[in-house]
Design a protein around this ligand. Structure first.
Ligand code: SAM
Length: 400
């Protein structure tokens, strides 16, 4: 079973799909460090001895300049012959850490290039991964949820129904509480299955316990002392007495319903709790701190972040340290991608005959996800005005 990968990054999604038996024919990204990484890992031995990216054309390109026809010509495949188009457009414009400018942000419009290429190659399935913020992101009408609705509607007009879920990587045995939106586009009669979770915060009923950060870090080499970033100066003072699982607090956000403001942790100032799966590994160099019995309070290294993301220990990441953090943090955990790939492959092999399915329009989102969008709408009514006022007149830095 073959696939084409867009926005391939460090190849987390591609590696997982290949581990599940899929075969990557084309991978592309515009980031030179990503392309160097994909090339450096070409030939990596997968279980069973197959070589990763063994048959892939790997091409550095801006997706806005790529055409589906050229891509198919380069891999010698006709339109409609590639079952799966994998890849998620960049998430920054929908990330809760960003400005949530959605489609006003040129990065938000890359979704349109994704849709264009999907139609040009006429893939049977689309696998799209994004931050959870895409669920409630506002489109140009400013209504929470309308950005995703627009994506789903465009896919529907091109003949793809969509299945959308929020999956927590920790529920699949990954040592990370990373919640991501997964969208699978499918043609009529092809409704896919998503993988069942195997782990839970409270084990039981056949589910195993979440995998902790401690057990992940215990299974890999500790970084060398000269490689680690230690807390110094004000950061060291801010963090010194804080227990694991907390961090230095950021100035509060003014909110009508919470007169004291809504408090979060300052970015880059959180101490990981080793007994839990780690918080989301981000694309920044400011990863969580760990209290290391030998090296003191130090940041997680790029290699440790890669292990938390379930990359193999010998997967190469090219570029400077900041490039490596970015490539690792942007990736889909290969183990989650593998579960997704296996579920889709099972579905394909069981199928043979297509199921009868009548579409009366775009599928509704699952109730739980609709509830999250309604909550955001209510929250906007209650707190939107006070938050916008606070942006014009920022709160003074709080005393911790
Ligand atoms: C979320 S990351 C993808 C991660 C990847 N799926 C993985 O699992 O490792 C998004 C990627 O889109 C790439 N990208 C952003 N804008 C692009 C553009 N205009 N053309 C091509 N690639 C682009 C970035 O360089 C980044 O590697």
């Amino acid at each position: 079973m073959k696939f084409v990968s867009l926005f391939s990054g460090a190849g987390g999604l591609d590696l997982g799909l290949e581990q599940a038996g899929w075969d990557c024919l084309f991978a592309t990204d515009f980031d030179p460090a990503a392309i160097a990484t994909l090339n450096a890992n070409r030939g990596f031995r997968l279980d069973g001895g197959r070589a990763a990216f063994g048959r892939s054309v790997i091409e550095q390109a801006d997706i806005r300049q790529l055409s589906g026809e050229d891509m198919l010509a380069k891999i010698g495949m006709p339109k409609g012959s590639i079952p799966l188009l994998a890849g998620g457009p960049p998430c920054q414009s929908w990330s809760s850490a960003g400005q949530q400018r959605g489609f006003e942000d040129p990065r938000g419009r890359l979704v349109d290039d994704y849709l264009r290429i999907a139609a040009e190659i006429d893939a049977r399935w689309l696998m799209f991964e994004n931050v959870r913020g895409l669920l409630t992101a506002r489109g140009i009408d400013g209504v929470p949820g309308s950005a995703l609705a627009r994506v789903r509607q465009s896919l529907f007009q091109h003949g793809w129904q969509t299945r959308v879920e929020l999956l927590n990587a920790a529920d699949y045995g990954i040592p990370q509480r990373r919640v991501r939106l997964i969208l699978i586009g499918y043609r009529t009669g092809d409704a896919p299955e998503l993988p069942r979770r195997t782990h839970a915060s409270v084990p039981g009923s056949g589910l195993r316990a979440w995998v902790s950060l401690e057990s992940c870090l215990g299974s890999i080499r500790r970084p060398d002392p000269e490689e680690v970033i230690r807390a110094t100066g004000k950061m060291a003072l801010d963090l010194q007495d804080l227990p694991a699982g907390t961090g230095a607090k950021s100035p509060g956000k003014a909110e009508a319903t919470r007169p004291g403001g809504h408090w979060g942790y300052k970015q880059g100032a959180f101490i990981a709790d080793p007994r839990l799966p780690n918080r989301t590994v981000t694309a920044s160099a400011q990863q969580d701190w760990v209290r290391d019995p030998e090296l003191g309070l130090r940041r997680l290294s790029p290699r440790e972040c890669a292990a938390i993301q379930t990359f193999p220990a010998n997967w190469v990441f090219c570029g400077k340290r900041t490039d490596q953090y970015r490539l690792v943090g942007n990736a889909v955990p290969p183990k989650l991608a593998c579960r997704l790939g296996e579920a889709l492959a099972d579905h394909v092999s069981q199928d043979g005959a297509e199921r009868v399915e009548i579409w009366e329009g775009l599928n509704p989102l699952p109730k739980r996800l609709q509830g999250a969008i309604s909550y955001t709408m209510r929250d906007e009514l209650r707190n939107g005005a006070s938050r916008r006022a606070a942006v014009k007149r920022p709160l003074t830095t709080a005393i911790l």
